[in-house]
Ligand binder design. Structure first.
Ligand code: NAD
Length: 411
């Protein structure tokens, strides 16, 4: 296994700061791998890369100082910021030089208003892709990397309407060639550039322009693994574990209402109706898909600035039992959104690097449990999704044993 980079889209955002602070804290031995799925015993034999050895870089559209972003982030987490900050401060400058101005193409007003003058927007789409590809190459060359995994943790874009330009690689490339702005969003350009450079690509956001059918075709052609959409970190994770209870006990869910309040920049962007729509689409599908019918169900998201990264999700489930008796279940989930997300980003980077080494390409369906809207997978029940991951680990381990025995026999 060679030296590997993790290239984050939205590199100064909260999830990125949690990934950066987390991997540095792991390297210095001042944090444990709590929250990382791949730290479970089941993954031990796979020989995954060490998360603290990842070299971090990325794209960002805002003017930022990584030092200040890290300080604000740790403060908002209510963490002993002075101590942790002191320990990681020196390494931040090295990471900052790996962060390049990104593109805000087609991102909508809420995101475009954040963008600095350095970021790409009004340049021909072909030139934007060329610049993004050059950034990846510079990141790899400057840091002596053999591999780079790209993970999109940028603000949620407004959803893109399906168009024939998205159906095939040929039609998408024609749209890019003719600078057809309405056919793409920034996330499309990032994923195209990443796949073109042979980098595994993770879409941790609900932005639906990131992994269009044309780009999945491209990932197969370039023999690159891709995975998405929208990291499953909190409310939807619990829903996907809890909804099967009603199914298995034949209890009729009449309503399942979810109310989310959060105050970070993600919450601020999601307060904008066109951006919010992307999130609600990915959050809304779990219940219907698990139960096989459509109870009254709606996800509400409200921006409450004082909460910062501390998300609160209240769910009210109204259901009917024997003799039509009406009952209810409620839960309240409170968590630091970015600290729930960051270990999963590290897990995904490890698993995607492994898949690339195994020669896998296209959508990594076995990673469905990590996403709210897993591409190409209908299964939304958490335990069934975890079984898909377990089966993958089992067959990958058998294949590795087989390969190593064959190599021994040959030598
Ligand atoms: P954040 O607002 O703190 O960070 C987003 C960063 O992306 C900002 O620094 C912003 O300037 C930057 N950005 C926006 N558009 C960009 C572009 N086109 N190119 C490069 N950079 C761009 O948000 P966050 O809390 O870190 O969340 C990031 C994303 O992950 C959001 O889309 C969110 O919906 C998604 N997500 C978060 C969670 C969670 O638990 N935190 C779970 C699932 C999905």
């Amino acid at each position: 296994m060679g030296k590997t980079g993790l290239f984050l889209v939205g590199a100064a955002g909260y999830i990125s700061m949690a990934v950066i602070a987390g991997s540095l804290a792991l390297k210095k031995g001042i944090a444990k791998r709590t929250g990382m799925v791949t730290a479970l015993d089941a993954f031990e034999g796979l020989g995954l890369l060490e998360p603290d050895e990842l070299v971090i870089g990325g794209w960002e559209i805002r003017d930022f100082s990584l030092r200040e972003s890290a300080m604000n982030f740790l403060k908002s987490m209510g963490m002993p910021e002075q101590e942790l900050f002191r320990q990681i401060e020196e390494d931040l400058a090295g990471i900052e030089k790996n962060i390049f101005p990104g593109t805000a193409a087609g991102c909508g007003r809420a995101i475009e208003s954040l963008a600095s003058s350095q970021c790409l927007k009004d340049v021909h789409l072909k030139l934007q892709i060329e610049k993004l590809r050059a950034d990846i190459n510079a990141f790899k060359k400057d840091n002596g990397l053999d591999e780079a995994i790209v993970c999109n943790v940028a603000s949620t874009e407004p959803p893109i309407e399906k168009s024939p330009a998205h159906d095939t690689l040929e039609s998408l490339e024609r749209a890019i060639e003719s600078d057809s702005r309405q056919a793409v969003r920034a996330s499309t350009l990032y994923s195209y550039a990443s796949i073109a450079e042979g980098c595994p690509y993770i879409n941790f956001t609900p932005s639906n322009a990131a992994l269009l059918p044309a780009l999945i075709e491209f990932s197969i052609k370039k023999r690159v693994p891709v995975a998405g959409n929208d990291g499953k970190t909190g409310e939807t994770l619990i829903k996907s574990a809890l909804a099967p209870v009603f199914l298995y006990r034949n209890l009729e869910v009449m309503s399942w209402e979810g109310f989310n309040i959060l105050g970070n920049m993600d919450g601020m962007v999601l307060d904008n109706s066109e951006n919010k729509e992307s999130k609600i689409i990915t959050k809304d599908r779990t219940i219907n898909s698990v139960l096989g019918y459509n109870p009254h169900s709606k996800v509400h998201i409200h921006y409450v600035p004082s909460l910062d990264d501390q998300k609160t999700a209240w769910n009210f489930i109204h259901f009917k039992g024997f003799l039509g008796a009406k009952m209810s279940l409620q839960f309240i989930w409170q968590g630091f959104d970015s600290l729930l997300a960051a270990p999963l980003v590290l897990d995904l980077a490890r698993l995607m690097e492994f898949s690339k080494r195994q020669g896998e390409s296209g959508v990594m369906r076995h990673l469905a449990s990590f996403f709210k809207a897993p591409i190409g997978v209908e299964e939304q029940r958490l335990f069934e999704q975890m079984s898909m991951l377990a089966s993958y680990i089992e067959s990958a381990s058998i294949k590795m044993q087989w390969d190593s025995k064959s190599a021994q026999t040959r030598s």
